[in-house]
Design a protein around this ligand. Structure first.
Ligand code: SF4
Length: 408
């Protein structure tokens, strides 16, 4: 089977619709994030929502923690390019206010809104307005009663029970327009909680590792938890909870889905070799410059940056477009065929120019415009010169084999 055809079977869930965006029931997995502005700051929040939408975010959550925030939501919702979820903790009245503001979904934390009458009142209001609720269980704010019941520990069973108890309250008032999350900052705990939840219900699931933290460690924790579940077919919508600009969360979410083949590619998939002693250029710098040059531009091609012309073009032959360094020159190739040779300091701009051309006119036209003969001759000359310099066998295999033979 060709690598591009490998897909993960997804668990069947029912579907809810958040302001026109379907979640679950076979719909494409969506990316969510949360604004970090005060929701009462309407212009600042809308700016962030637009930035998030540009970065590939499908649904945005804003806190609704005070009356001014609810008033802000009333002004934000009609101007937002994506559906808005109001995040509610402790105060059920804020849920009612957010509904009045016209939000497309509520997130309730069953750990801190525990009065059944309040829960049922909010659910009835959502039922009448056709607005879904996310039951957002969080390991760090688990219902105290369940915490004690499970021995003073946050366990997957306790988190699932919290979600199922909330569902039962909703059921009493005939409301089932629900998606669920059982997030924890501990990755194995979160994975097991979602596994158990997916056995217990067919409501769509919102995945996340809560408080994943900053930088690389935050990205890794969130990716470990979310990707493990997605590969098992669990999860209908995802959020990276990073201590970072929320735009980074949206980018990470989108890129994870693209990497797993769960979402159609929107931007450049930049691949690059890890570099080694053969590298003829600073691969890290060129790859970062290329990444920055492509940014969020909608060019869904795979583009390769390779450190040497000896192995680069072969190893990246499946890329739509790539460049490999050799003898202070960049060797450009399209689907493995050399098409041009440019000075080293023009590698990135050449990549961008050819990517734009391919995006607009296709691979065939790109190959047709190239002087293939000259490019091939230049690539072969540089490759031969480098092999001559470094030797075909950088690992000195034959000498090693001789030594091993003497030893054995
Ligand atoms: S492409 Fe060349 S420089 Fe990059 S890792 Fe492979 S051999 Fe090393």
């Amino acid at each position: 089977m060709d690598a591009g055809q490998v897909t993960f079977a997804r668990r069947t869930t029912r579907q809810v619709t958040v302001g026109g965006v379907p979640v679950g029931g076979g719909a494409p997995i969506t990316v969510q994030s949360m604004t970090t502005t005060k929701t009462a700051d309407v212009d600042g929040t809308l700016q962030q929502i637009y930035d998030l939408a540009m970065a590939g975010c499908d649904i945005v959550r804003c806190t609704c923690n005070e009356p001014e925030a609810a008033e802000g939501l009333a002004r934000i919702v009609p101007r937002s390019p994506v559906p808005i979820v109001a995040d509610i903790h402790h105060q059920y009245r804020m849920a009612l206010a957010a509904l009045e503001a016209g939000v497309h979904c509520l997130r309730l934390n069953p750990g801190n809104i525990r009065n059944p009458e309040h829960i049922k009142l909010v659910a009835s209001e959502c039922r009448d307005r056709g607005v879904p609720i996310r039951i957002g269980v969080n390991g760090g704010s688990l219902d105290e009663r369940l915490y004690q019941k499970y021995g003073g520990k946050v366990t997957p069973e306790a988190m699932v029970e919290s979600a199922m108890t909330e569902l039962a309250y909703f059921d009493e008032v005939g409301f089932d327009n629900v998606k669920i999350s059982v997030k924890a900052s501990n990755v194995p705990l979160m994975i097991e909680a979602y596994r158990q939840l997916s056995e217990a219900t067919d409501h769509p699931l919102h995945l996340g590792v809560t408080e994943a933290g900053p930088g690389t460690s935050g990205l890794l924790k969130a990716t470990a938890g979310i990707a493990a579940l997605l590969a098992e077919g669990i999860g209908d919508t995802i959020r990276y909870s990073l201590t970072a600009d929320p735009v980074e969360e949206a980018r990470a979410g989108r890129q994870l889905l693209e990497a797993l083949g769960l979402r159609e590619r929107k931007n450049v998939d930049l691949i690059a070799c890890p570099s080694c002693g053969r590298a003829e250029v600073d691969v890290i710098a060129v790859a970062e410059a290329a990444q920055a040059a492509f940014g969020d531009r909608e060019i869904p091609l795979q583009v390769a940056v390779m450190g040497c012309v000896v192995n680069g073009p072969g190893e990246a032959r499946d890329a739509d477009l790539g460049i490999a360094a050799g003898n202070k020159r960049g060797h450009l190739f399209v689907r493995g065929t050399n098409v041009a040779v440019v000075p080293e300091d023009e590698m990135v701009e050449t990549l961008v120019e050819w990517a734009e051309f391919i995006q607009e006119h296709g691979v065939e036209r790109a190959l047709a415009r190239a002087d293939l003969h000259a490019a091939k001759a230049a690539a072969e000359a540089d490759r031969a010169a480098l092999l001559d310099e470094q030797g075909d066998d950088a690992n000195h295999s034959e000498q090693r084999v001789e030594l091993i033979r003497k030893l054995t």
